[in-house]
Design a protein around this ligand. Structure first.
Ligand code: SAH
Ligand code: DHB
Ligand code: MG
Length: 223
C-alpha cells in the first residue's frame, strides 16, 4: 500500500475529479472572476462541489439555505440542484463578495433562483426566524467558523423533519485532533463537531474531504 501523504491525497482527489466532475466553463469563470476581484481562494473544490450537488439532488431540495456565499461557487452548484421554481437563499457578510457572486450567478443564468442577503449571518437568520420564513430542505454552513455552533441552532429553527444540514471545514488538516485548539477557527469547528455529533434533533456523520489539506464535511438529517 502507498504511504498516506498529502501528495497521495491530492492525486486521489485529481483521480476522482477527472472521473466524476465534468469540465465546467461556468465554474471556471466563477473562480477566475472571484480571484480577479481579490476574493480569497477558499471556495469548495470541484469534488466537494459535486458532492454538495449530488446530496442536494438526492434530498429533492426545493429550498436551500447557504451561510457564506463568497463568489457564489458553491451557490452555483446548489442552485443547479433545485428545480427552476426552487430557491437558494445565501447569506454573506461582505458587500464586495456579494456583488461578485451576484454577477457570477447572473452570468451562470441562475440569478432568478438565488437571493443573496448581505449582513452578519446571525442577524439575518434572526430576522428570518422572526419573520416566520418558510423552512429549508437543505442547508450548507460555510461562513465564519466561530459562528458555526450558533448557526446550527438558528438553522434548526428554519428546518423541518428531513432537512439535510451540511457543514464545511470541520477537520482543518487534523487541527481538531488537538486538545487545545491552535486558533479560534479550530476552536469553533471543534465546538460545532461536538454539538452536531450528539444533538438530540439530528442524526449525523462527519466525512473527511480534501482541498489543499485534509478537511471534513458533516452531513446531518433533522429528526
Ligand atoms: N461557500 C463558498 C465559500 C464561503 S467562504 C464556496 O464554497 O464557494 C466564507 C464566506 O463567509 C466569506 O465570503 C465571508 O465573507 C463570509 N462570512 C464571514 N463571516 C460572516 C458572517 N458573520 N456572516 C455571513 N457571512 C460571513
Ligand atoms: C478556509 C477554507 C474554507 O472553505 C472556508 O470556508 C474558510 C476558510 C481556509 O482554508 O482558510
Ligand atoms: Mg468552506
Amino acid at each position: 500500500m502507498r504511504p498516506v501523504s498529502e501528495h497521495l491525497l491530492e492525486q486521489i482527489d485529481g483521480y476522482i475529479e477527472h472521473l466524476f466532475v465534468p469540465p465546467d466553463a461556468v465554474l471556471a469563470q466563477n473562480l477566475k472572476d472571484s480571484a480577479a476581484a481579490g476574493l480569497p481562494e477558499i471556495a469548495v473544490s470541484p469534488v466537494q462541489g459535486r458532492f454538495l450537488y449530488i446530496l442536494a439532488k438526492i434530498t429533492g431540495a426545493k429550498r436551500i439555505l447557504e451561510i457564506g456565499t463568497l463568489g457564489g461557487y458553491s451557490t452555483t452548484v446548489l442552485a443547479r440542484a433545485v428545480p427552476e421554481s426552487g430557491k437558494v437563499v445565501t447569506l454573506e457578510f461582505s458587500p464586495l463578495h456579494a456583488s461578485v457572486a451576484r454577477k457570477n450567478l447572473e452570468l451562470a443564468g441562475l440569478g432568478s433562483r438565488v437571493e443573496i442577503r448581505v449582513g452578519p449571518g446571525a442577524e439575518t437568520l434572526d430576522k428570518m426566524i422572526q419573520a416566520g420564513e418558510e423552512s429549508f430542505d437543505f442547508v450548507f454552513i460555510d461562513a465564519d467558523k466561530p459562528g458555526y455552533a450558533g448557526y446550527l441552532e438558528q438553522v434548526l429553527r428554519l428546518s423541518h423533519s428531513g432537512t439535510v444540514i451540511v457543514g464545511d471545514n470541520l477537520i482543518r488538516g487534523g487541527g481538531v485532533l488537538e486538545d487545545v485548539p491552535p486558533d479560534e477557527l479550530v476552536a469553533g469547528v471543534k465546538k460545532f463537531n461536538s454539538l452536531v455529533a450528539s444533538h438530540p434533533r439530528l442524526e449525523s456523520i462527519l466525512l473527511t474531504t480534501y482541498k489543499e489539506k485534509v478537511d471534513g464535511m458533516s452531513v446531518s438529517r433533522v429528526k
